[in-house]
Design a protein around this ligand. Sequence first.
Ligand code: ADP
Ligand code: MG
Length: 325
Amino acid sequence: MLENKSESRTSISDLGEFKLIDHLTKQIKIKHKGTIKGVGDDCAVLENHNNQILVTTDLLVEGVHFDLSYMPLKHLGYKAVMVNLSDVYAMNGKANQITVSIALSNRFTLEAVEELYEGIHLACKNYNVDLIGGDTTSSTKGILISITAIGEAKKEDVVYRSGAKPNDLLVVSGDLGAAYLGLQVLEREKQVFQVNPNAQPELDAYSYLVERQLKPEARKDIVELFKELGLKPTSMIDISDGLSSEILHLCKESKVGCNLYEDKIPMDQQVISICEEFKMDSTTIVLSGGEDYELLFTIAQGDFTKIKGNPNLTVIGYMTEQTEG
Ligand code: ADP
Ligand code: MG
């Protein structure tokens, strides 16, 4: 969805690469004292005392990871940042900086790229992250976005996928399944629109699902909550591919098994209603759906009192010996 359709359309080739970069990055104000140099030289320069450095990167390709016919560019920019920050939080770290690289076909105007960067800048503002560089090039078809996030954590605070022990509780933040169903709703509306371009989208009943798909939020707050509670998970991963795949990662890396309580999996009421409406099995959706960007982690049983009663956290199972599956 290229918004601003009726407004001005400035061709990027008229502007040139350097003016474009300048245009997209001129508003940046550095927030972290560890960011010594951001955009504008051959490298960004970062300083870090004592802490371990966390680095993660993701590549998003039009037509593979997103569809611009229902993904507004501003949302795409925001989501591309979230996907990366979520990985830093999944290590129990603090995200400080990102780099953004884009490849654009000649179908994209300056206004379109500005929209994308509006989402990127908003994400940086909301999550207190510096945009410190990137690369800009052309593509023969569509748009590609690659973001790298840089974070930090004290050595003793870093949480890997590999630390879960038998009898640890399996806990998830927020609720699951909505982002996948949001995508289904948008796909369906797109098909309706293709048949009848005058049809108005009927998204009200599914607003939460669509929002979870188009504007996910990474769980920075949960990592901060861990600090407050004095809680260190024994293992952790973020939910990008669906619950079953993430549990499998934790089990494999930790060499444990897992017992999942199906009836404990947290779901929003909209997830439950739409599954009833379309005769879908909500457990299957949650297990295989993905893109929820919630945190899935294990804690020692003795730490249960620290999370008990917290509405953001749900115990959904426990880890077992590997031989028990
Ligand atoms: P180089 O020739 O060394 O690759 P560039 O001309 O590509 O340098 O980039 C100039 C500066 O602008 C660098 O600091 C780079 O990190 C930054 N930059 C380039 N493209 C982007 C972008 N899409 N978003 C943010 N910063 C960018
Ligand atoms: Mg470059």
